[in-house]
Ligand binder design. Structure first.
Ligand code: NAD
Ligand code: UFG
Length: 338
């Protein structure tokens, strides 16, 4: 079976993807600097699967460390999660984001080329569709400039990967455009563990539920949506993780560069998340409505038919599963991996 290098594999989506790769029989090598994660997630991945993986602590900006990995292990394909992801922080420290997300990706590509490894699956985001495309987003739509520096790094890396594959036929690149990943492994042993105050909705909700935060603030309730709050396309992290396995299988057979939306195609509002979470989990989420958050779009969701047609991937989990599994993880791990 193929051997997969997973950069950022100790993180939220990476750890769930390691579970799916190991369950599918792949060999897994994780390369992560642990700047936003803990080795504990990987220990639990191995317990859950009964399989072992190799962990290498290193930084994707470090060419020497990367070259060493490719010298030490024969790698068949790379899944590239490593990077920084906080939209607000990317506005404060853009250069740090350019360095990790753009320079880091270039260093990885250079190390791959040097080692003769040309199969890559990249973590992109729905943010590359910019502000003006109507939902549902499909992969034929022209991309446009995201309104924040984090999104900008995803657009740049997508574009340079496109150009690379056009110039050199040896490359086979999959761009997975994630919508809003939530949920956790059914066991509650691995999940999302943000440092400090969560930026994203779901970990904020679960931290209110567990008593770590007083109340949820809903940013804006005067949007042109069904209940006035923003609508997003929430996707269970296990479904998202499985999409990576399908993408690797596809890339091991194909060449070129291809993008796939990974979402459910169902717009769900912020208020619906709060209310369904309360209902499914029988726990109250004290809530207040506050001003809109700068930069938020009213609504966006995926047309995910291409992923189904070309990868054979289809989401399996319901909204109720997403909310029950998020809570199961948080309840069992009130302070995350600490
Ligand atoms: P995460 O922070 O949990 O995982 C990222 C991992 O990368 C962490 O383990 C971190 O320690 C590691 N890392 C960061 N910089 C590194 C570097 N320079 N060298 C080596 N390792 C480094 O985030 P996640 O939610 O699992 O996201 C994974 C990927 O998916 C990211 O590229 C992110 O931008 C992308 N993405 C996430 C979302 C989301 O909402 N979670 C949405 C769209 C795209
Ligand atoms: N929200 C709240 N209160 C909170 C947190 C969020 O009301 O405490 C709302 C936001 O205003 C937004 C919705 O919940 O309407 C979802 O917000 P998130 O921050 O969870 O997610 P975003 O849709 O803003 O961001 C996601 C990914 C980014 C990506 C972006 C655009 O997290 O990586 O989509 O694709 F860049």
């Amino acid at each position: 079976m193929a051997r997969i290098l997973v950069t950022g594999g100790a993180g939220y989506i990476g750890s769930h993807t390691c579970v799916e790769l190991l369950n599918a029989g792949y060999e897994v090598i994780v390369f992560d600097n642990l700047s936003n994660s803990s080795e504990e997630s990987l220990r639990r991945v191995q317990i859950l699967t009964g399989e072992s993986l190799v962990f290498i602590k290193g930084d994707i900006r470090n060419q020497h460390e990367l070259n060493q990995v490719f010298d030490d292990y024969q790698i068949d394909a790379v899944i590239h999660f490593a990077g920084l992801k906080a939209v607000g922080e990317s506005q404060q420290i853009p250069l740090t984001y350019f360095d990790h997300n753009i320079t880091g990706s270039i260093q990885l590509i250079k190390a791959m080329e040097k080692a003769g490894v040309f199969k890559l699956v990249f973590s992109s985001s729905a943010t590359v569709y910019g502000e003006h495309n109507p939902s549902p987003y499909n992969e034929e739509m022209p991309l446009s400039m995201p309104n924040n520096n984090y999104g900008y790094t995803k657009l740049i890396v997508e574009q340079l990967l496109q150009k690379l594959s056009q110039a050199d036929q040896r490359w086979s690149i999959g761009l997975l455009r994630y919508f809003n990943p939530v949920g956790a492994h059914k066991s509650g042993q691995i999940g999302e563990d943000p440092q400090g105050i969560p930026n994203n909705l779901m970990p904020y909700v679960t931290q209110v539920a567990v008593g770590r935060r007083e109340k949820l603030s809903i940013f804006g309730h005067d949007y042109p949506t069904k209940d006035g709050t923003c609508e997003r396309d929430f996707i269970h992290v296990v479904d998202l993780a499985k999409a990576h396995v399908f993408a690797v299988i596809n890339r091991l057979k194909q060449t070129g560069c291809r993008a796939w939306n990974i979402g459910t195609g169902m717009p769900i509002s912020v208020l619906q998340i709060k209310e369904t979470f309360e209902k499914v989990n029988c726990v109250a989420i004290p809530t207040t409505f506050v001003e809109r958050r700068a930069g938020d779009l009213a609504a966006f969701y995926a047309d995910a038919t291409r992923a189904e047609q070309e990868l054979g991937w289809k989401p399996q989990y319901s909204l109720e599963d997403m909310l029950a599994d998020s809570w199961n993880w948080q309840k069992q791990n009130p302070n995350g991996y600490n």
